[in-house]
Structures are given as C-alpha cells and as structure tokens.
Design a protein around this ligand. Structure first.
Ligand code: SF4
Length: 236
C-alpha cells in the first residue's frame, strides 16, 4: 500500500483502530485525581518526569499544608519545595498567581464548576491562568470532566506528523483542532487515542531511532515509506 493514497482523516481513523487493537482499551476514570490536583500537577509536569512531578507535588503540600498555604508561601520556599521539577523558579510564581485568581474569582480553591461549562468557555477560562496552555487545559478537561478535547503532547504530535495525519508545518495548537475534526467526538475514544499515541511514542515511535520494524502503523506511515524503508535516514 502507498501510504500517500490515504487522506489524513483515513490515516487518523486507521491509526486509532490499529492502536486500539495493539494496546489495551482503557476506560476513562475521572476519579483518579481531583481537578485541582490535576491542574497543579500538570503545571508541575512541564519538561519533568512523572516521578519528579509527583515528588514535587507531595513535598509542596507536606510543607505548606493546603492550597491556601501554597498560595501564601514565600515564593523562594515554594520553588525549593518543587525543585525536582524543571524551571521551579518560573513555576512557583505561576502556581501562586493561578491559585490567587481561582480564589478571587470563585471564592474557594475549587474548579469543579468547569464540569458544567461548555468546552470553549472552559478552555478560555483555563488558558487565561498563568502557566496554563492548551495542553494543560485539554488534559484537565478530558481526564477530569470527560470533555471531548484532544491533548496534544510531544508524542501525539510526533507520531501524527510522521504518519501524515498532520502536516510538517502544523503547530501543536493547530493539531488539536485538526485531530478533533478527524476523530470521533467521544471523550472515551479521544482518551484512548491520546494514551495510545503517548505509549506508542514512548515505546516504538521514539524521537531517535523509531522502531519502525515493530510498528503496526508502518504500512500507513509516510515517514516509514519515504525515509526509513528507503534507508535515507537511519539515525532519525
Ligand atoms: S512506522 Fe516508524 S515512523 Fe511511522 S509511526 Fe511507526 S515507528 Fe513511527
């Protein structure tokens, strides 16, 4: 099969189907973390491993007790508490500003109200918070409130580009809209697509030397057919 004969939408749907067959189907369990936990953890997770993010989160709450304590802490002490993450000096004031905005606007440290908000409004509300971009907002809205959005992290983005679902010049923010238009508007399907692409990017379609020979997507993948199968870039 010539991978280029498929439209990007066909590739998206086939990728979803093939990864569903290859990886375990998951249910969307929204009780994993509270929305506040998810929001602040996702802010901590930027360029940080999951283990280090969790360590920072636990240390922060052990040291300052609760969200009020974190908001009112000395900013340098907060940066010290989250030092296992990357850029603690940037993240500490952003977390405090975010907590202040939530408290000022809602009167409490709680963002459960987002559940009843339309997706666009919820997205706009979240992305006005300091340090909260599209990725954080979509992760929170999908994982905690089952909203039909598509978090585009580095793995979703890379695999989508290599297969040819999105073009080479598409930005991560634009990729969010493009993928949403192609995939079923169902939070559980979007959740599975996101998690499966993430796993595939971590295990098979890695940044350096993707394991194309083991990949269930190779017959529909532009990168494989244009580059790897021809031996043009063995080190890519
Ligand atoms: S064939 Fe290779 S480049 Fe294409 S998705 Fe699979 S691992 Fe990635």
């Amino acid at each position: 099969m010539d991978a280029h004969e498929l439209t990007p939408e066909q590739k998206a749907l086939q990728t979803h189907e093939l990864l569903n067959q290859n990886y375990k189907r998951l249910t969307l369990d929204t009780s994993r973390r509270t929305p506040m936990h998810e929001l602040i953890s996702t802010m901590l997770s930027h360029r940080t491993t999951h283990k280090d993010e969790e360590k920072a989160y636990d240390t922060m709450l052990e040291r300052f007790g609760d969200w009020e304590g974190v908001m009112n802490a000395d900013v340098d002490e907060l940066a010290d508490a989250i030092q296992t993450t990357r850029y603690p000096g940037q993240k500490a004031p952003q977390i405090q500003q975010t907590l202040r905005l939530i408290k000022e606007e809602r009167g409490e440290m709680n963002i459960d109200f987002l559940k009843d908000m339309p997706v666009d409004e919820a997205m706009a509300w979240l992305t006005k918070l300091p340090g909260v971009g599209l990725k954080t907002a979509t992760l929170l809205l999908l994982f905690n409130f089952k909203k039909p959005v598509m978090p585009v992290d580095t793995h979703v983005f890379r695999v989508s580009q290599r297969v040819g679902i999105i073009g080479a010049k598409v930005t991560a923010n634009k990729a969010h809209d493009i993928l949403l238009q192609m995939l079923p508007e169902d939070p559980v399907e979007l959740f599975n697509f996101h998690i499966h692409m993430l796993r595939h990017g971590q295990k098979i379609c890695t940044w350096y030397t993707p394991k194309c020979e083991e990949c269930v997507l190779s017959h529909i993948c532009n990168y494989y057919q244009d580059v790897r199968a021809k031996g043009i870039d063995k080190a890519a």
